[in-house]
Design a protein around this ligand. Sequence first.
Ligand SMILES: NC(=O)c1ccc[n+]([C@@H]2O[C@H](COP(=O)([O-])OP(=O)(O)OC[C@H]3O[C@@H](n4cnc5c(N)ncnc54)[C@H](OP(=O)(O)O)[C@@H]3O)[C@@H](O)[C@H]2O)c1
Length: 324
Amino acid sequence: MKAVVCKQWGLPELLDVADISPPIPGPGQVLIEVHAAGVNFPDTLIIQRKYQVQPELPFSPGGEVAGRVKALGLGVSNWNVGDRVVGSATFGGFAQEAVIEAERVVPIPEGMDYSVAAAFVLAYGTTLHALKDRGRLKSNETLLVLGAGGGVGIAAVEIGKAMGARVIAAASDSGKLELCIAHGADAVINYTTEDLRERLKELAPNGIDVTLDPIGGERSEAAFRCMAWEGRHLVVGFAAGEVPKIALNLPLLKGASIVGVYWGNFLRRDAETTRAHMRDLFALHASGSVRPPVTRSYRMEEAGQALRDVMERRVKGKVVILTR
Ligand SMILES: NC(=O)c1ccc[n+]([C@@H]2O[C@H](COP(=O)([O-])OP(=O)(O)OC[C@H]3O[C@@H](n4cnc5c(N)ncnc54)[C@H](OP(=O)(O)O)[C@@H]3O)[C@@H](O)[C@H]2O)c1
């Protein structure tokens, strides 16, 4: 089978496409004939050995795949060969075949194509877990989404609206902000040209109830200083490259919380709730409340370009790699 292969740690340009032996599903695993693989920020980290999980070389990056079940490992009885599924792994997805734990796979609803399914699981799964389980976002609360034009960000705009919140979307350029408005944002802030804190004071004089923060860096503290009483700042990631340090007098003064979000670990600890979340998300998709924007698809030979585009902040919404 054809696969994108990382043979040495480093930048996306070092990735190769090669013919390699397909993986064999072990006990409790399924082999998936991959049609589309979602591209996510962690894929850019794992090839540079900067991610919390470090596979042995060589390996294929790619954390989420959509396709058909091709074979079943020992003890797997809840799937049939030919089922259309989407699943999340940590790596191995930028390939024509991938193995995934059977419990980390869900059926693709009728009418959803492979590209959309592959763009859905990680970003939307993380975001629902963040807003519902960790942030306890309530209807009519004000939600601030940083990096709102990215994968997790646009999911947060949509899911936040579906949960009844007023959503303020903040991002670095006007194209991303237009996408946020098209996906339901009530107000937008361009944090490259506008002062984030000043604009937040204007847009939310009573403060922000929940901030979803996938970027880190200097903007985390600016946002945190605009929290409402008992606000929740959800730490999702550090795409800006810097882990911010926030003085603990700030949460004290606001009665506010800094709350960690780690979807991969949640999934390992509570696969059942994760599956229930996916069912809820697919229902939201069927009703038209969430519509993941797949703005570009790449061939496997362009995987390096796809990851470079993510690193250079050129991606709007979600992008996928088509493997066939
Ligand atoms: N905790 C979890 O369970 C979990 C799960 C999934 C993802 N994550 C993390 O969440 C973050 C977002 O993931 P994603 O897949 O949504 O990524 P993405 O689509 O690439 O979006 C990230 C956004 O971050 C902003 N950004 C700011 N500085 C950046 C920089 N130096 N390089 C790249 N982007 C930068 C960009 O928006 P602007 O250009 O508008 O600033 C970009 O749209 C990542 O850190 C990822 O590791 C965490």
